[in-house]
Design a protein around this ligand. Structure first.
Ligand code: SAM
Length: 284
């Protein structure tokens, strides 16, 4: 089979399975799954090896069952970094880059030796992006899921070697429990925040494949959010920041009341690319 024919086959198969943008996924499958980039497809139209043909069949079979493409290809780009993902870890989303951006652009003046706690770290995407972009930072990521932390460990190994000056570690446990009474300059978090009854209405790639524990924030979507806000003051230094991703449509006034009750001062809310309130920031 020639590459162009393979591309056409992928588009037809994916579109028949109801995949939203089949052309984009088909070209990602050829490039990242089979190692044939778009230029080669149109310029040289190479013949697929038997191994590539087999691989194409296998990828399309998995994708037609609505397994996320990122799990099949095994990675996603996040803040310019290749993050490995698979079942057991949430796939990092582009809007989560806003959390990283807020820290990197200097929400905190002491960027040199800033200490950061990334709660609900999952694949470690936020923690790793922060550590790579703030080499002086001391970054700790925590998550309750051992399966997610396996991915965080792989990503740490892929991005840092033992000679690396970066300080980064991942710990398993419930929110703040693994760090005891340690305090940090910045707490970042992308907690599970989807309302329980909304999960079943989401596309199969999300509701059937991504870990429930990474999605569900309980009946109102706020179970973990509330616990993060109430625990943050005891784990932040003076002038510290909580920088947390929230669900679009979250009642900001209610979050502000929770923050004030906990002893934090609401600072600002950042909108995502679609105009939803997406990142909530409060300070000590
Ligand atoms: C929305 S995912 C975010 C993953 C990653 N930070 C990202 O942005 O891609 C939420 C993560 O919170 C973790 N989690 C859920 N409840 C938790 C808890 N009580 N303590 C610690 N982690 C928790 C899940 O295992 C999951 O990895």
């Amino acid at each position: 089979m020639q590459a162009r024919e393979a591309l056409k086959k992928a588009v037809t198969t994916l579109s028949g399975a109801g995949i939203a943008i089949p052309e984009r996924e088909a070209s990602a499958i050829l490039k990242d799954g089979l190692g044939i980039n778009s230029l080669a497809v149109f310029k040289d139209d190479p013949t697929l090896t038997p191994h590539q043909e087999e691989k194409l069949e296998e990828i399309l079979k998995r994708r037609v069952s609505r397994e996320p493409l990122q799990y099949i290809l095994g990675f996603v780009w996040f803040y310019g970094i290749k993050i490995e993902v698979g079942p057991g870890a949430l796939i990092p989303r582009p809007e989560t880059e806003l959390v990283v951006e807020e820290v990197v652009k200097g929400v905190f003046p002491k960027t040199e030796a800033v200490s950061i706690l990334d709660l609900c770290t999952g694949s470690g995407a936020i923690a790793i992006a922060l550590s790579l972009n703030l080499p002086g930072a001391d970054v700790t990521g925590t998550d309750i899921s051992g399966s997610a932390l396996v991915w965080a460990g792989k990503n740490m190994a892929a991005n840092f070697d033992s000679a690396s000056p970066h300080k980064i570690r991942f710990l398993k446990g419930d929110l703040f429990a693994p760090v005891g009474d340690s305090r940090f300059d910045i707490i970042t978090a992308n907690p599970p925040y989807i309302k329980e009854d909304v999960i079943e209405t989401l596309p199969p790639e999300i509701c059937c494949w991504e870990p429930r524990m990474a999605l569900s924030g309980g009946a109102e979507g706020l179970d973990v959010v509330k616990r993060i806000i109430s625990g943050a003051p005891e784990h932040l230094r003076p002038d510290g920041r909580l920088i947390m991703e929230i669900a679009g449509g979250t009642d900001i006034a209610a979050l502000d009341r929770m923050s004030v009750d906990a002893g934090l001062r609401p600072e600002k809310v950042i909108k995502d690319y679609s105009g939803w309130d997406r990142v909530y920031i409060a300070r000590t």
